[in-house]
Design a protein around this ligand. Structure first.
Ligand code: SF4
Length: 226
């Protein structure tokens, strides 16, 4: 198979290769409903999914829905989520989002990105995660640190701002793979393409990856075919 040249073709090839490698790639934030996913995603800002998963079982037991968060003392919420960092700001967001879900959406998490981003503490990344994973809607691409880094290394965007990178990706990643794109790149970022020490020689994406080829010193004209 010839090495795909255009950005769209390369993005499509990335999806195919990573799906083969990570057939069970999915959202790593533990949740059992849309509200829990909303809460977990708000908490995931500036921390790891593992750290969020440490606090959410007890958090969801104590606050089993938007009404419980709205009724709660903000300081108590902050204590419960301390380990995720930025806990005062996140507690404010969780309470604000709960009130907004109750007042504007009858206690149900809205499905659409444009509604989700109007909730306190919810940006495009959180909206894309919730809309995509809880409701199966493909309205955006969640760009976290792994997704941004790998997309840049793969030459699919030059943007460091997540929203600008998302706009680039939405133009080239097949819409059917918008939700998977984030999961696949996060899995690959953790397993192979870490920030400090990407293992390019053993990477299945090497033939598609300008940065990987530069790192292994492969001349552009003699690149192998994928
Ligand atoms: Fe990352 Fe290297 Fe693979 Fe490119 S070739 S995706 S830089 S590990």
């Amino acid at each position: 198979m010839a090495r795909p040249r255009g950005a769209k073709a390369r993005a499509t090839a990335v999806v195919a290769l990573l799906k083969e490698l990570y057939p069970v790639a999915r959202c790593a934030l533990q949740h059992s409903n849309a509200y829990e996913l909303l809460v977990a995603t708000i908490l995931s800002a500036q921390t790891t999914d593992e750290r969020v998963n440490l606090v959410t079982p007890e958090l969801f037991r104590r606050y089993p829905g938007p009404q419980a968060f709205a009724d709660a003392d903000q300081g108590e919420i902050a204590k419960a989520i301390f380990q995720t960092g930025f806990y005062n700001q996140k507690a404010r967001s969780l309470r604000g989002a709960a009130l907004a879900v109750l007042e504007r959406h009858g206690g149900k998490v809205p499905r659409r990105t444009e509604q989700l981003v109007r909730l306190p503490g919810v940006g495009r990344k959180t909206a894309a995660v919730v809309s995509g994973n809880a409701f199966g809607r493909r309205e955006g691409i969640a760009v976290d640190t792994h997704v941004g880094r790998l997309s840049r290394r793969l030459g699919l965007t030059t943007e460091t701002d997540p929203e600008r990178a998302e706009r680039d990706l939405m133009r080239i990643v097949p819409r059917s793979a918008w939700v998977e794109w984030s999961h696949l790149l996060i899995f690959h970022g953790r397993a192979v393409c870490s920030s400090r020490a990407p293992r390019c020689p053993e990477c299945v994406l090497l033939d598609l990856c300008p940065e990987g080829q530069a790192r292994v010193g492969r001349p552009a004209r003699s690149r192998r075919t994928a």
